[in-house]
Ligand binder design. Structure first.
Ligand code: ATP
Ligand code: ATP
Ligand code: CA
Length: 219
């Protein structure tokens, strides 16, 4: 489904975001007050314009309330980022995502009405730390109330070439296996007779402590 996006600020973050959206066949308006950067994205973006996002009249001319999402990808100039966010919300933009440089900047953006605030370096660092500490936990979703869903890669021979039933996963580890990804094939709602092989990725649901415990056993 095609959605419309405006990316304000074509630095490394805004530029990469724009490229990902275009690669996903979305419509993207690129905005920056630096003519050289706008020139760079002229052939990439659906449209690219030079504008100062702190200038209310300039923003109005771009009809931003008609866009599904507007991303404020200005970080370093916090004043510009904050003023742009206020102007966008005041003119009725539905979904404003703003990039923050630090915690205080994030709190201000939240207070002035940003619908979503991101801190890319901070969030990526957290994810990287998790990934390094738990290499077999490919994906993790906190379901709330102490439960979670995890995608766990089987890297320990002790768990390989055995069926779910032989491993007695529900009884021994407190987890329900809801899918097994094996060599590109996905078995949803596997039977207890399903064989687990090295490299398989199990989607499991259970208490978060049990998901983490199981992850520590399979490496
Ligand atoms: P990066 O994504 O590279 O980390 P950054 O977060 O450090 O970038 P800046 O370089 O300050 O942020 O800003 C990103 C882009 O936003 C720059 O290309 C800059 O020209 C643009 N920008 C800054 N202020 C405005 C403004 N008032 N109106 C439009 N664009 C702006
Ligand atoms: P139960 O009564 O515990 O559901 P069962 O005695 O009917 O199981 P099976 O369905 O063959 O027998 O399962 C044997 C064991 O395999 C179960 O006790 C459970 O530990 C494990 N098991 C089966 N299916 C799953 C699953 N989807 N996720 C986790 N463990 C499972
Ligand atoms: Ca930066």
């Amino acid at each position: 489904m095609k959605q419309t996006f405006a990316v304000i600020g074509l630095g490394r973050f805004g530029g990469s975001l724009l490229e990902s959206l275009i690669a996903a066949d979305q419509e993207v308006l690129a905005i920056d007050n630096n003519p050289a950067l706008v020139e760079n994205y002229m052939d990439v973006a659906t449209h690219a314009v030079i504008a100062d996002a702190q200038d209310e009249d300039a923003l109005r001319d771009l009809d931003l309330p008609s866009f599904d999402h507007v991303i404020v990808a200005i970080g370093h100039n916090q004043q510009a980022s904050i003023l742009t966010t206020i102007l966008l919300k005041d003119m009725g933009v539905r979904h404003v995502v703003a990039k923050a440089e630090n915690n205080l900047h994030a709190r201000v953006l939240d207070k002035v009405g940003a619908d979503q605030v991101v801190r890319p370096e901070h969030e990526m660092a957290q994810r990287l730390a998790e990934q390094i500490m738990t290499p077999n936990l490919i994906n993790y979703i906190d379901l709330g109330d102490k439960h979670s869903l995890g995608e766990i890669k089987i890297a320990n021979l002790k768990f390989a070439n055995k069926t779910i039933s032989e491993l007695n996963i529900r009884k021994n580890y407190g987890l329900n296996v809801i899918a097994i990804k094996s060599q590109g094939r996905v078995v949803v709602a596997p039977e207890s007779s399903e064989m687990i092989q090295i490299g398989d990725v199990l989607t499991v649901v259970g208490e978060s402590v049990d998901v983490k415990h199981f992850e520590s056993l399979v490496e």
